[in-house]
Ligand binder design. Structure first.
Ligand SMILES: [Mg+2]
Length: 253
């Protein structure tokens, strides 16, 4: 595990950049709908899109439509809903088919739990359902055990920060990264992926096949090769990277 990103030999023209959204590009907030990306960070992402030749994607548990709103006016290649939807660099949308009845069962069960307690929020997505307890951290055990009871071979449980999520698709962030890496302008580059949460581990585990670099944002066990303290440290690194382009040569920053 390396804690110093400044020694990475990284040229934007030879690198494929992948970023998680919440807790990585954006700080975690109490209400997921109130999240906002710092304008300086957004400008750095825009600059990186230019200097990398468009080899930058955001891969998130959120849906693509939601990510577009937060990232506006940028329109980036996106992986959404934990892998079940993807917009490629050409703007084409790829979606995994959904099992409506299975989703309804999970939604109904989690809404039952939320009805019984103030402050819990059920968020329905295309191929998953999330139960947020950011406003009721005291209910963590209740939420986790309710979600565990709904998990099965076809319904995968994701336990995140202040959220449990049941996912009805086998696809992961690792699959998203692999799909992008098979296409221009990502093809043939070395990927670097930044993520902070449990679901990002699938992405980190996929990286060795391209000799990729995984960067875990924050503490906790991880399959990533590198670690950075928090979103603010990532933002500072990103600004340094885009501001040094033209003078940056591998090994120094
Ligand atoms: Mg995250």
């Amino acid at each position: 595990m390396h804690d110093d990103l400044s020694t990475l030999p990284l040229l934007p023209t030879e690198t494929a950049f992948f970023f998680d959204f919440d807790g990585t590009l954006a700080e975690i907030v109490d209400d997921p709908s109130m999240v906002r990306i710092d304008p300086t960070v957004l400008q750095a992402v825009e600059r990186l899109q230019v200097i990398s030749g468009g080899a930058i994607a955001v891969v998130s548990g959120r849906e693509i439509d939601t990510l577009d709103v937060f990232l506006a006016p940028l329109r980036l290649p996106l992986g959404g809903a934990h892998g079940s939807e993807r917009r490629d660099a050409g703007g084409e949308l790829h979606r995994t088919a959904s099992d409506g009845a299975a989703i309804e069962r999970v939604v109904a069960a989690l809404e039952d739990v939320a009805r019984g307690h103030d402050g819990l929020v059920v968020e329905r997505k295309r191929l998953s359902v999330a139960l947020h307890y950011r406003r009721r951290p005291d209910l963590e055990a209740t939420c986790r055990s309710a979600a565990q009871s709904l998990a099965s071979q076809d319904v995968r449980l994701l336990e995140g920060k202040m959220v449990v999520e049941l996912k009805l698709s086998g696809r992961t962030k690792g699959d998203l990264i692999a799909d992008f890496m098979a296409e221009e302008p990502f093809l043939g580059r070395r990927p670097i992926f930044f993520g902070d949460d449990v679901t990002d581990e699938d992405g980190f585990r996929a990286l060795p096949r391209w000799h990729g670099i995984g960067v875990k944002v924050g503490p906790g066990p991880t399959a990533a090769t590198h670690r950075i303290a928090d979103p603010a440290a990532l933002h500072a690194w990103l600004l340094r990277l885009v501001n040094h382009t033209g003078t940056e040569r591998g090994g120094s920053s």
